[in-house]
Design a protein around this ligand. Structure first.
Ligand code: GLN
Length: 263
């Protein structure tokens, strides 16, 4: 979705929920002790589709499902809050702009923790290990980045994949940037680009869904995803989310969600 449309959708969708009920944890939400932008809610920015981490799901109360969404929902529930998901442009999310603008309390969008981003964003503890990869049409005969000389490589604007492509592509290859994986997938199917360079779980998911496509390269970039927060704005919320991530790892909630999407 275009950035302006997304942000407009936020204000329209905001509803005050002051039920005062909590999940039984010791952090009641009625007095908004966590200082969320809407009392009673944890408003989360994400850029679907980025399956299996975030995708539309009409059967889910938030309208979305996926690993990030379910993890966020579990955190919200444990904090006595209701999860609200806002579809947000990835580039504005990874730069910290959406968080600084108060569009949401937290970002959950397969966002890699990088030193660069740490200067404009607060991160939770890492919650998922990831890597880069190259997806091509089987019929293309392309088997590596080197085979892309003179060809087009599709990436997501502002992503670590875009960075990796620019650093490692053959000189004569062209990097073509798209707002999100949704447009990238359409572009390779339309023959507008010859390959997609992005996080492995997403390319793997495409190859699983469509046997005409295959992952021909995996690049061990040692990335870890973190949940994101406006820099320096709400350390109480960051600490509360980190504490819940830890609880989720010890009480089996994390493994349950992980198995649902990756087993
Ligand atoms: N993990 C990559 C990054 O942080 C891509 C994330 C995404 O496209 N949602 O840049």
């Amino acid at each position: 979705m275009a950035r302006m449309a997304k942000i407009a959708a936020v204000s329209a969708g905001m509803v005050l929920v002051l039920t005062g009920c909590s999940s039984g944890d010791d952090q009641p939400s009625a007095n908004n002790s966590l200082g969320t932008i809407t009392a009673g809610s944890l408003t989360v920015c994400s850029d679907p589709p980025f399956a299996p981490f975030e995708f539309e799901d009409a059967s889910s109360p938030s309208g979305y499902s996926g690993f990030d969404i379910d993890v966020s929902d579990a955190i919200a529930t444990k904090l006595g809050l209701k999860l609200v998901v806002v579809d947000t442009d990835f580039d504005a999310l990874q730069s910290g702009a959406s968080l600084d603008a108060g569009v949401c309390d937290m970002g959950a969008s397969g966002i890699t923790i990088t030193e660069d981003r740490k200067s404009s964003i607060d991160f939770s503890a890492p919650y998922y290990d990831s890597l880069q990869s190259l997806l091509v049409a089987k019929a293309s005969g392309i088997t590596s980045l080197d085979d892309l000389a003179g060809k087009n490589i599709g990436v997501q604007t502002g992503s670590t994949g875009e960075h990796y492509a620019n650093e490692n592509k053959p000189d004569s290859a062209t990097v073509v940037s798209f707002p999100s994986d949704g447009e990238m997938w359409v572009a390779i199917q339309a023959g507008q680009v010859d390959a997609l360079l992005e996080d492995f779980p997403i390319n793997h998911n495409h190859a699983k869904a469509d046997p005409l496509y295959t992952v021909v390269g995996k690049y061990q970039t040692n990335e870890q995803y973190g949940l994101t927060f406006a820099k320096g704005k709400n350390p109480t919320l960051v600490a509360a989310v980190d504490a819940q991530l830890e609880t989720m790892r010890s009480d089996g909630t994390y493994d349950k969600i992980y198995d649902k999407y990756f087993s």
